[in-house]
Design a protein. Structure first.
Length: 206
């Protein structure tokens, strides 16, 4: 009598979430197949490859999971129901809150995985760069909308302001990993938003 194959002893949804947390904590290269298999219920290597094909394919799925869950905080940058200033501030504060919470690894997976990724892993580096570019585009659109709506003057150097705010956003990951509390980062965001207010002074004086 032919033996039927053993059913998978894990939930794919739970497995992807577990992988996401491992990649977030240790980065793509430092997360081993053994760690991933253990997190999925000590499944065999054969079962792992049957379910996910490769570590890279699993990482891509884990990145998608991150973007659709924790990464949703960045959606605030594209919220056109708010003023551009309010959208920028909300996006920064939500990101800071998420990245400093202790219920999951600190920082941002899209930033930290890139730092921990060697040049040999070019497809992974390109994936992460593409995702960061997507958020950068939202920030650019937010600032461009502010100029179009006269929240900021026409003379605003949009590319410079994008770099300013995105550099702060990406730097939150390192601050969070170094144990800087949310309250301190939140206070720094208040100071950063004063730069926006300074840029808009000329409009208020017209």
């Amino acid at each position: 009598m032919a033996r039927t194959g053993r059913p998978r002893s894990f939930s794919r949804d739970e497995a992807v979430t577990a992988a996401m947390l491992l990649f977030w904590e240790y980065g793509y290269e430092s997360t081993s197949l053994a760690q991933l298999r253990a997190a999925m219920g000590n499944i065999s290597a054969a079962s792992f490859y049957a379910a996910f094909e490769s570590k890279e394919a699993l990482f891509r799925e884990a990145v998608d999971r991150y973007i659709s869950t924790y990464g949703q905080v960045s959606e605030a940058f594209r919220d056109t129901s708010l003023t551009s200033r309010a959208a920028m501030e909300l996006g920064l504060r939500q990101s800071a809150r998420m990245q400093t919470e202790n219920s999951h690894p600190l920082g941002c997976l899209l930033v930290l995985s890139a730092i921990n990724c060697s040049p040999e892993q070019q497809p992974i580096r390109e994936l992460l760069s593409m995702e960061r570019e997507r958020v950068r585009g939202w920030i650019n659109e937010c600032i461009a909308r502010a100029v179009a709506n006269r929240e900021l003057p026409e003379s605003t150097d949009i590319s410079m302001v994008v770099i300013l705010f995105e550099t702060f956003l990406r730097g939150i990951s390192i601050q969070a990993q170094d144990g800087v509390p949310y309250e301190a980062i939140d206070a720094a965001i208040t100071q950063l938003m004063s730069v926006w207010d300074a840029l808009s002074v000329d409009l208020k004086s017209v």
